[in-house]
Design a protein around this ligand. Sequence first.
Ligand SMILES: Nc1ncnc2c1ncn2[C@@H]1O[C@H](COP(=O)(O)OP(=O)(O)OP(=O)(O)O)[C@@H](O)[C@H]1O
Length: 246
Amino acid sequence: MSKTATITDSTALELTDVTVRYGAADVLQGLSLRVRRGEIYALLGGNGAGKSTTINALLGFAPLAAGRVRVCGIDVAADVLAARAALAYVPENVALYEHLSARENLAYFLRLAGAGTEGIDHALTTVGLAREAWERRLAGYSKGMRQKVAIALALARAVPVLLLDEPTTGLDPQATSEFNRMLQDLRGQGVTIFMVTHDLLGAAEVADRIGFLDRGRIVQELAAEGAARFDVQALYARYASTRRAA
Ligand SMILES: Nc1ncnc2c1ncn2[C@@H]1O[C@H](COP(=O)(O)OP(=O)(O)OP(=O)(O)O)[C@@H](O)[C@H]1O
């Protein structure tokens, strides 16, 4: 990636020469990456490659030893709250109120954010949560249903960028393909999606671009369109194994 990449209207996320250091270890080492608005970008990498740290850098939780992070043109170091307002982070295990229903959770969190609640039904419909579940307590929800609620909350807040951490881990194949179709629908509505994942085949199916992270930097990017599945598989195996051998 170019070190001189500049923010344009078409850029949703941009990390430029980012270094994050924990103790003596550079967990991100001059990481540069750019995600366009309305793009699905999947970040793949072995355990410990720095994927979650990249998300933390976007959210302004990782201390930068060098470099710059921008979210929708906002410098995260300069205005972290404005940057976070443009992001919805959906962790692997979504934490919502178990004793509240989907609609009640959304209403609660929207009020907390000072946002209106009129978009709740539309958001729940958009994410494809079955209508009969809307009034049920989350305690009985599957992982896939919880993710839908978390994403519906982002939509109801009209957040332009979703950050997804391992979204399809633990989903069965049907739930995975339903989830991937939903992401593509959201992209069609102009939402930008940045996901970190180990699900390389899922990434190849749903993403516009795939970045391979190895020891804290992007070592290769691939346009998913036209990429053969075995390319993705081979590259993932290669970068995951270089890390382990180091
Ligand atoms: N707050 C922290 N303090 C110290 N070390 C950290 C901290 N956060 C992450 N690390 C270290 O940074 C490295 C990268 O961690 P990170 O969680 O970003 O990797 P990852 O690619 O998300 O891995 P995984 O696929 O296992 O979730 C690891 O060696 C981890 O131990």
